[in-house]
Every structure is written in structure tokens, then in C-alpha cells.
Design a protein around this ligand. Structure first.
Ligand code: ADP
Ligand code: ZN
Ligand code: ZN
Length: 667
């Protein structure tokens, strides 16, 4: 009789599924989780197929099936398998970590009872359903034209801030959810603390449906319960961050990716996947529509839309007829010299705004008090002993802290080198700006929102609620303040110190800067009151400001795309980055030279290999890092190359660890 052999994926770099014999008394299907021996351990794996023969002679046996929850779908297996191949890692390395801990750990004695508990997890309290506004003509055109007839249908909604994109999402969801009592919708959002507000907005629109969320900040139990509710079809809507692209659904019918340009959709550790791109892949596997939405689409998506690969929808007006687009002006800080960071014109505008009872947002994309402390006597500077970076002074804790590795030490009283007392904080972060604002406007209620103040769970929501309730006059913060908040009473947005980003060596820096400035400007004038934006800069002639002033994303994008076309940059080419790490930069670079030699041997004419160089931040946590950039004419050519290169590179005998970052975002 033929042996029954299960092909099982486990969390390891091994490319091929492992073969295990299935004992006659174990019933198991493709997509179910099982317990298998691996080396001396027992681990949870997923059955991805069966065969009658194996290349290996001595097979071990499947120990048991983990539980009887429904198998993971073929669509889910296809997605994780694709992601593994595309990002050059093991299938199990993608699939297993994509499950919440509860479903990948060895089942305990009370596993079945825990499952029952997860199924009964308390639902959120639902408030009085919310009002559904009448869509304007641009909005309703999208909802009417949108196709949902069982085919892959990628669409990009390019809509200025406040144009009612979220409202369109809600209508599209309604269309899908009402047409099919089992239909499920996935709404993906960037990795920030916005999820609670959005989940509430969604839940109050669909009070009778189960809405769940999935993000990295949640407790494990919650994650497991959300996951199971989607898997078993009870939850009809999932609002989640990048990991949710790997959620399991019983009947997924629509995917929405809000702020699709946001870099947080790209994972920067482990398997470096881009959840926006995988969402597109998933929609194509499941043959369903997908909507990408943004006020400043990524150039990749915008190009796809211009070329007709995505259906392009535009929202050109603010949805709320009372709302105005903010008026944007530049403050030339060569003429109007800042005092404590603020030019006279800026300070006057702040005073005026507060006096008229409206709120001010000050945007400064740098946290801490001062980015570096310097000795006036000998020139000593606060650096991190483990990284090639400065240690940032945090006044709230009185410490110097490295933002790369977390190393931290109390601020010395005297210079560690010469003993002088003259230690000066140089530059300005949000903490310092907060202090200066409080000193200058002692009557005003000032709040700060950045990664430090948001660290405790719920504290970001508290600050945001305070702003919404009018309990804050001036909000100072980093990028977090720019994201999608629907503040009703912001009269002025002030932008400080973005000049360094105009000249970054990263070719995406201008795209990012434009996007974040559009986002933060979009917080002003969202209801009734006129909004104003002031940007302090020394480079008033820069093109980026010309387009910002007229809210002209399309003009900006056209210029950037042309520049990238001319220099064969992404999206007119594809990139992959080989990053190597080690104790000495010389040996790291020598290893990368070996990889380069191998790559040169394998590559065809459509692939170009650059010189190995140290990373911009060369050392982190005492590990030296170097990179080798590879460029191909397009993604298909890149994949062909990597599929040949990777196995050979893995068999190179050389020191040091390394990884591949396909479609890298930062370097
Ligand atoms: P976006 O997601 O594009 O920033 P939102 O969907 O959050 O925009 O809409 C911005 C504001 O306008 C919200 O307060 C929303 O309730 C309101 N709004 C959206 N669509 C309409 C509409 N058709 N009529 C009136 N108000 C609307
Ligand atoms: Zn000194
Ligand atoms: Zn460090």
C-alpha cells in the first residue's frame, strides 16, 4: 500500500516543505496545522500537500493534528508561498510567523477550552449608529463605477486631504457587505496609533456587524481572537496594519489600503515584505477588487494608474462644503531670522490663531530635546558608543539616548573629555520646542505628540482626544501629528526645520517630504475656519514648495517621475539590496565583494551591480553594516536573477551574516 506522506512547512529557512509520514489514525487536510518533530524539538507546521513518494528514505511521523479549526485556504497558502519566493525566504518563515502566537505554539492541555474562550471574546461596545453623509458627485461616481463582479480590479483613489476618501471606503464596504451575507472586508492602515479612531468610525457605521482589528500593539489574546473571528467568518471587517495582509478569511471580497504610500507597509525586519504590494497580489489570487487610497500616492502606484494598470479615481474637492484648502506660505529664514526656532512672522501667526480661539499644530520631525550635546571648550560631542550616531539629549529623562540601539546614560555634569561645565545642547527636538512654546505663550495649553510621549498604551489617543475636544491650543509633534486626523478647529500649521531633507542622499526623500508636508498641511482648515500653513525654510525657490502651494501633487509627481525615468530609478527599474553585517567593516565589504563577483558571473545584461559601500549609519549595536545594491530593468528580471543568485550565494563559504531586501525603501 502506498505510504501517505504529508508535505509540511515549518518556521525555518529550508526552502522545500519537509516530508513526514502520516500515521493511519491521524486525519489531516491540506491547510491544517500539525505537530511534527524537527531535530530534537517538536514544532507546529502547516500541511501544504500530500505525496506518495519522498526523496528521503527515513521519514519521521506527524505527531498529531493541532486542533480541528478549518484549514487555511488555498488562497492563503498561495499568498504566503508567493511572498516567500518573491522576498527570497522559506515558505514557513513567512507562513508560520503570520499566525498569532496562540496558533503556532505547542498546544497545551487546555487548548480546546482556550479556543472556546477566544470565540467568546467580549465584543466592543457599539455607540448610536453614526450619520451617513450624502456623497458628493465625485464620491458617488466612484461608488457607482466601482466593479465588484468576481474579478481582480485594482483601483487607486487619489484624493486630496479631507476629500472624503474614508467616506468612500465606507460606502464601498457597505456595497460589498450588503450584497453578500458572508462577505468580509480587509481595511489596511499604516502602523500608527490611528487604528482605534478608525475602528470606531467603521464600527459605528456597521453597528450590527463584527468589526475586529489586528496590529502589533495588541495583546496576544486579542490578536488570536481577532484572527480566529476572521478565519471562521464571524468578523466581517478587519482593520489592521501591515501584518493583516496575511490574515486568514473565510470569504474575503474587498481589500482597501489607506495611505498606500506610507513606508510602514514595508517590513524592516525578518522577511522584508511590502504589505501594499502583497495586498495587490492577494486581490489577484482571490479575484477581488482592491482600492489603494492616498492624497499623495507612491510614485509606483501613480505610474501604474497613469499607465492604466490601475483604475484611477480622483477626488479634487474637500468633502465638507464648509472646509477650505489651507493657504500655504513660506517664511524665508534667511531674512526673518528665527529666535528659539521661530521667525517673527511665525510667532505672530501663532499668537493671532490662539487669540481667535483656534488651534495650532507645530510640526518638527525630530524627537528628544537636542540631537547632540557639545562641549564648548574642547568640542566633545555626545555619541553612542555602540553606533555611528549621536546620542540624543532627552530632558524629560535627563539622559543621552541612542535612537538606534536604545543605549542611554545620564547627561554628564561635566565634559567627559576636558571636565568643562560648558555642555551645550545643539539643535532642537520636539521637547525643546515644547518648552519654548510654553515659555513664549504661558497661557496656552501645549501638548506634545511623538514616539516618546506615545509610548505608553493609550497615551497618544488621550492627546488626540484632547485636541479633538478643544483642550489643547498648541500641539507640537513629529510625523504622528500629520497622519489622517480629522481635526475640526486647526487654524494654523507651522513646519520647522525640514531643509535637511531637501538634500538627502536617498532618492525617495523628496517624495516623502512632499507627502508628509501635504499630510500635515491637510490638518488645517478642515471645518468652517480658514486654515493657514507656514513653512520656515532657507530654500524658498525649491520646486517642491511651488507644487505644495498649489496642492499640486500631479505636477510634483510628473516632475519626479520624469527625473526618475531619466536616471533609470525605481519605478523605472527594480532594486534589491544585499546587506551584510559583521565585526569589522573591512571584512564586511570584502564579503560583499565576493557576492558581487558571484553576481557579475550570473547576471545577464538587464542587471547592474554596484560597488559595496558601508550603510549610511554604518554601525548599530556594535555591528558594522555594508550594502551591495543590485538594479534590474524590471521586477521580473530581478526575480530571475535573484532566483539563480540566492542558492549559489547561500552555498558560498564565507563569514558574516547577510540578508536580501527586495524592493528596499531605505538605504
Ligand atoms: P479623507 O479620508 O479624504 O481625509 P474623510 O473621509 O475623513 O476624508 O472626510 C473628511 C471630513 O469630511 C470628515 O469629517 C467627513 O465626515 C466629511 N465628509 C466626507 N464626505 C462627506 C460628504 N459627502 N458630505 C459631508 N461631509 C463629508
Ligand atoms: Zn570638553
Ligand atoms: Zn546606539
Amino acid at each position: 500500500m502506498a505510504k501517505r506522506i504529508a508535505n509540511v512547512i515549518v518556521d525555518s529557512p529550508i526552502r522545500e516543505p519537509l516530508d513526514y509520514l502520516v500515521p493511519a489514525d491521524i486525519e489531516i487536510q491540506v491547510g491544517q496545522r500539525c505537530l511534527v518533530p524537527l531535530g530534537t524539538r517538536k514544532v507546529v507546521g502547516i500541511v501544504v500537500g500530500f505525496s506518495e513518494e519522498s526523496r528521503f528514505s527515513k521519514l519521521r511521523e506527524v505527531i498529531s493534528r493541532v486542533d480541528d479549526i478549518a484549514p487555511l485556504s488555498f488562497g492563503w497558502l498561495a499568498l504566503t508561498s508567493f511572498a516567500a519566493r518573491y522576498y527570497q525566504s522559506g515558505w514557513g518563515q513567512v507562513a508560520i510567523p503570520a499566525l498569532p502566537k496562540f496558533f503556532r505554539k505547542l498546544p497545551g492541555k487546555l487548548h480546546e477550552r482556550s479556543l472556546e474562550r477566544l470565540r467568546k471574546e467580549k465584543k466592543r461596545a457599539v455607540k448610536e449608529p453614526s450619520e451617513k453623509p450624502h456623497l458628493n458627485s465625485e464620491q458617488s461616481a466612484i461608488v457607482e463605477e466601482f466593479q465588484m463582479d468576481g474579478a481582480f480590479y485594482p483601483a487607486l483613489i487619489f484624493g486630496i486631504t479631507g476629500s472624503g476618501k474614508t467616506e468612500v471606503y465606507l460606502h464601498l464596504m457597505e456595497k460589498v457587505l450588503l450584497s453578500d451575507p458572508a462577505a468580509q472586508v480587509l481595511l489596511m492602515v499604516p502602523e500608527i496609533n490611528l487604528t482605534p479612531q478608525l475602528v470606531e468610525r467603521v464600527q459605528s457605521r456597521f453597528p450590527q456587524l463584527e468589526v475586529v482589528s489586528w496590529n502589533s500593539g495588541m495583546a496576544e489574546g486579542q490578536k488570536a481572537s481577532s484572527w480566529l473571528a476572521c478565519h471562521e467568518g464571524r468578523a466581517r471587517i478587519l482593520v489592521g496594519t501591515r501584518l493583516s495582509v496575511f490574515a486568514s478569511f473565510k470569504s474575503l471580497k474587498l481589500i482597501l489600503v489607506d495611505e498606500e504610500h506610507d513606508p510602514s507597509f514595508k517590513s524592516q525586519e525578518g522577511v522584508r515584505y511590502n504589505a501594499r504590494d502583497l495586498a495587490l497580489k492577494r486581490a489577484s489570487i482571490e479575484r477581488i477588487p482592491i482600492v489603494l487610497g492616498s492624497a499623495t500616492p507612491s510614485l509606483e502606484s501613480y505610474k501604474n494608474a497613469l499607465e492604466g494598470k490601475f483604475k484611477l479615481f480622483k477626488l479634487t474637492q474637500r468633502a465638507n462644503s464648509n472646509a477650505h484648502l489651507p493657504e500655504l506660505s513660506l517664511v524665508d529664514i534667511r531674512k526673518d531670522k528665527p529666535v528659539n526656532g521661530l521667525s517673527q512672522e511665525t510667532a505672530d501667526a501663532i499668537t493671532e490663531t490662539i487669540n481667535s480661539g483656534r488651534q495650532v499644530i507645530v510640526f518638527l520631525n525630530r524627537r528628544g530635546f537636542a540631537p547632540v550635546v557639545e562641549c564648548k571648550n574642547c568640542g566633545w560631542q555626545s555619541t553612542c558608543p555602540h553606533c555611528s550616531t549621536y546620542a540624543v539629549f532627552h530632558k524629560t529623562t535627563g539622559r543621552l539616548t541612542c535612537h538606534y540601539c536604545g543605549w542611554s546614560t545620564p547627561l554628564p555634569k561635566t565634559c567627559p573629555k576636558c571636565g568643562s561645565y560648558e555642555l551645550l545642547p545643539i539643535g532642537r527636538g520636539t521637547q525643546r520646542a515644547e518648552e519654548e512654546l510654553e515659555t513664549r505663550w504661558p497661557e496656552a495649553r501645549v501638548s506634545r505628540l511623538d514616539q516618546d510621549s506615545a509610548r505608553q498604551r493609550g497615551s497618544a489617543s488621550k492627546v488626540l482626544d484632547a485636541v479633538h475636544n478643544g483642550d489643547v491650543d498648541i500641539l507640537i509633534g513629529t510625523q504622528i501629528v500629520a497622519k489622517g486626523h480629522d481635526f475640526k478647529n486647526v487654524g494654523l500649521v507651522v513646519v520647522l526645520n525640514t531643509d535637511p531633507r531637501l538634500f538627502s542622499s536617498d532618492y525617495r526623500a523628496r517624495e516623502r517630504l512632499f507627502s508628509v508636508l501635504m499630510q500635515v498641511s491637510g490638518r488645517a482648515g478642515r471645518d468652517k475656519t480658514e486654515g493657514k500653513v507656514l513653512i520656515q525654510t532657507r530654500y524658498t525657490e525649491d520646486d517642491i514648495f511651488k507644487h505644495l502651494k498649489s496642492q499640486d501633487y500631479e505636477g510634483f509627481a510628473a516632475g519626479e517621475l520624469e527625473a526618475r525615468r531619466a536616471s533609470f530609478m525605481v519605478p523605472f527599474s527594480a532594486q534589491a539590496l544585499l546587506v551584510a553585517e559583521g565585526k569589522e567593516i573591512s571584512s564586511v565589504l570584502a564579503f560583499l565583494q565576493k557576492l558581487k563577483a558571484l553576481a557579475e558571473k550570473i547576471k545577464g545584461p538587464s542587471v547592474r551591480i554596484f560597488e559595496p559601500v558601508p550603510l549610511t549609519v554604518q554601525k548599530v549595536m556594535d555591528i558594522e553594516r555594508g550594502q551591495l545594491l543590485i538594479e534590474a530593468d524590471n521586477k521580473v528580471e530581478m526575480q530571475k536573477f535573484l532566483n539563480r543568485f540566492q542558492p549559489e550565494a547561500l552555498s558560498l563559504k564565507a563569514k558574516g551574516s547577510w540578508y536580501i531586501d527586495v524592493d528596499p525603501l531605505n538605504y
